[in-house]
Write a protein of this length. Structure first.
Length: 260
């Protein structure tokens, strides 16, 4: 099983078609990308925090899965605080660093926006099986089957890449060439993994062509992908959260359209 394939839970979110999860995530991200203000992001994040309890993830799993987002959000916010556009009252100044009223507000908005966009995206896709996603993209979105199956095959190889990396590390250490500098070791091992990946990808492409995956005919699918009530409900929830965030932001006068 691929490391990207989650265990199937009993919660309803596990049974929702991945296309609906993708649509809901893109809908939220699209709306929040239209404005740079902390109100809309805070409202969306508050609504999402309630919905996370129904995602079927334990607190530990939620934390480890979303850890990159928790690291990226404050990092981006700190960078914006120190080097963002200076406006309003100046609080602190040192060389190129300007901490002002405007940069502080922009830093808070940036941090909240990354959390509001990143957390639901990670939580939704943790519950996605790559095969289900490929079925949905091909049968519902009508993407070319050749593209979808190629992407699925690539996702399925991620677990093998991790195992190859560990095997290469052990093999190089056994030969006495893996104890040098960290940068040199990573560069050499990365190049070896790249060569191995290209060879494996070529063999996989040849095997798939031999089995007719690239044939220009109408494909049949082992598992039909459906888009029914629960899928529309998830997209509807995403739409309601997005509209609520916009409404509160506009009502409070905080809406700051990025293209204006």
């Amino acid at each position: 099983m691929s490391v990207l394939a989650p265990a199937r839970g009993q919660q309803a979110i596990f049974r929702v078609n991945p296309v609906a999860k993708l649509a809901a995530a893109l809908l939220l991200a699209g709306v929040l990308m239209l404005t740079v203000d902390w109100v809309s992001a805070a409202v969306a994040l508050a609504c999402e925090s309630v919905l996370f309890f129904f995602a079927g993830l334990s607190l530990r799993a939620f934390f480890w899965r979303t850890l990159p987002v928790w690291i990226a959000a404050p990092t981006a916010g700190l960078t914006t605080l120190l080097y963002g556009q200076a406006s309003g009252q100046e609080y602190w100044h040192l060389g190129l660093v300007h901490v002002t009223e405007g940069s502080t507000a922009l830093a808070i908005a940036t941090t909240l926006r990354i959390l509001a966009i990143g957390l639901p995206s990670v939580v939704l896709f943790v519950t996605v099986d790559p095969t289900d996603l490929a079925d949905g993209l091909a049968q519902i979105v009508r993407l070319p089957s050749r593209f979808v199956l190629g992407g699925l095959a690539g996702l399925r190889l991620v677990g093998l890449f991790i195992e190859d990396w560990r095997a290469l590390e052990l093999a190089r250490r056994a030969r006495g060439i893996g104890d040098g500098g960290a940068i040199r070791r990573l560069a050499g091992q990365g190049f070896a993994l790249l060569v191995l990946s290209i060879r494996r990808g070529s063999k996989l492409a040849t095997a798939m062509e031999a089995r007719g995956f690239g044939a220009p005919v109408r494909r049949t699918w082992a598992r039909p992908a459906t888009f029914r009530g629960r899928e529309f409900a998830l997209v509807g929830i995403g739409l309601v959260v997005a509209l609520l965030a916009v409404f509160v932001s506009v009502a409070t006068g905080s809406w700051n359209f990025v293209l204006a």
